[in-house]
Design a protein around this ligand. Structure first.
Ligand code: SAH
Ligand code: SF4
Length: 371
């Protein structure tokens, strides 16, 4: 499902594609780099700020490209450690980008670490039964420009917070692709966006600090393993047996553990880096000691880090998080095997916290307003 906007987004252009487009207009080769520098390094907010371009060129650019395909509608700064940016796209779709001031894969709390969580689709088609993002199915894929725009909006909101010290994206520690949507189901736009984020002419953010989370699209995991940029991988496992996983994640029918785990192994062998297994703890679904032991075996085999996430309740869904004692019992099985494991309970600390819920609420409010 694609949305065809009137004009392509400037934030979806690579140095090569923009150079080619400008050369058709008779512009010199260096022009594209000049424009991208205004966008990503100086972070201007309008074409007219690009003062070393001629007026006719600025007019042509404005007619040809959409400067910023995502508008900030709400910046929800919370008491704890998350900021949520609600962004509106050209077709009025809403997406969420979250800033978390806490570690993602380290142990302990260090508020100086900052992570940005980005979305790749409006809604999601994967239908995991516990997830707010997939409740209404997939509306559409995001374009590369819409994915990159989320990061630029984060930079702008941080610039506004500390106006004197212009924020550099590099001052963030991690980008995690864990917002709304299944990133690997929107593969080409994802890779194009991450390439722009990573490029020296773009936002210059290191690939090794970018983590892609997937519910387990096996062919795309294998494809990702072949990409030249070494992104990190997180797998939403949530069940250590097919029986449990299948109950909550329909994708397990197409790609059961016997297919998923070897693909993950191929990926981690190729990259030589630790991958992360995400495991949401849901009461009486996957929180038994038996599941913990099987997860331990999988993590040992893959030499993986395990991120245990107490389930965040979603309005209208029946699932609950287990008691703290039960969570600890589960984590202890992994710790005893010297597996690197994170279990965070503090409100809002994990990026999964209510991802997609701000959007759902705003959409509901809009529906009510329309009645
Ligand atoms: N579609 C991708 C990435 C987005 S979801 C994926 O599934 O991996 C990011 C993470 O949030 C996933 O691990 C997902 O299972 C988890 N998640 C979804 N709903 C949640 C909830 N209510 N509580 C805790 N984690 C949740
Ligand atoms: Fe989609 Fe991920 Fe939610 Fe599953 S957990 S429905 S794959 S966003």
């Amino acid at each position: 499902m694609k949305f065809s906007p009137e004009k392509p987004a400037l934030t979806g252009e690579t140095l090569d594609s923009l150079t080619a487009r400008l050369q058709e207009q008779g512009e010199p080769v260096f022009r594209a780099r000049q424009i991208l520098e205004w966008v990503y390094k100086k972070r201007v907010t309008s074409w007219d700020d690009m003062t070393n371009l001629s007026k006719p060129l600025r007019t042509w650019l404005a007619e040809t490209f959409d400067f910023m395909p995502a508008t900030l509608v709400l910046n929800k700064h919370s008491e704890d450690v998350t900021d949520k940016l609600l962004l509106e796209l050209r077709d009025q779709s809403l997406i969420e980008t979250v800033i978390i001031r806490a570690p993602q894969d380290g142990v302990g709390i260090d508020h100086s670490r900052k992570t940005i969580c980005i979305s790749t689709q409006v809604g999601c088609a994967m239908g995991c039964v516990f997830c707010a993002s997939g409740l209404a199915g997939l509306k559409r894929d995001l374009s590369a420009g819409e994915i990159v725009a989320q990061l630029l909006q984060v930079c702008r909101s941080e610039d506004a917070r500390t106006p004197r010290a212009r924020m550099e994206l590099a001052s963030f520690d991690n980008i995690v692709v864990m917002g709304m949507g299944e990133p690997l189901a929107n593969y080409d736009a994802l890779i194009r966006a991450l390439t722009i984020l990573n490029a020296e002419w773009g936002l210059g953010f290191g690939a090794r600090r970018i983590t892609i989370s997937t519910s387990g699209l096996v062919p795309k995991i294998l494809k990702l393993a072949e990409e030249p940029l070494g992104f990190r991988l997180a797998i939403s496992l949530h069940g250590a047996t097919d029986e449990v996983r299948e109950q909550i994640m329909p994708i397990n029918k197409a790609f059961p553990l016997a297919k998923l785990l070897p693909a993950v192994k191929t990926f981690s062998e190729k990259h030589g880096r630790m991958i992360t297994l995400e495991f949401i703890l849901i009461e009486d679904v996957n929180d038994s000691l038996e599941q913990a032991k099987l997860l331990r075996n999988i993590a040992l085999d893959l030499h993986a880090h395990v991120n245990l996430i107490p389930y965040n309740t979603v309005e209208g869904l029946p699932w609950k998080r287990p008691s703290n004692t039960r969570q600890e019992r589960f984590a202890d099985v992994l710790r005893a095997a010297r597996i690197s494991v994170t279990l965070r309970r503090e409100k809002g600390h994990d990026i999964n916290a209510a991802c997609g819920q701000l959007r759902l609420k705003t959409e509901k409010d809009r529906e009510l307003a329309a009645v």
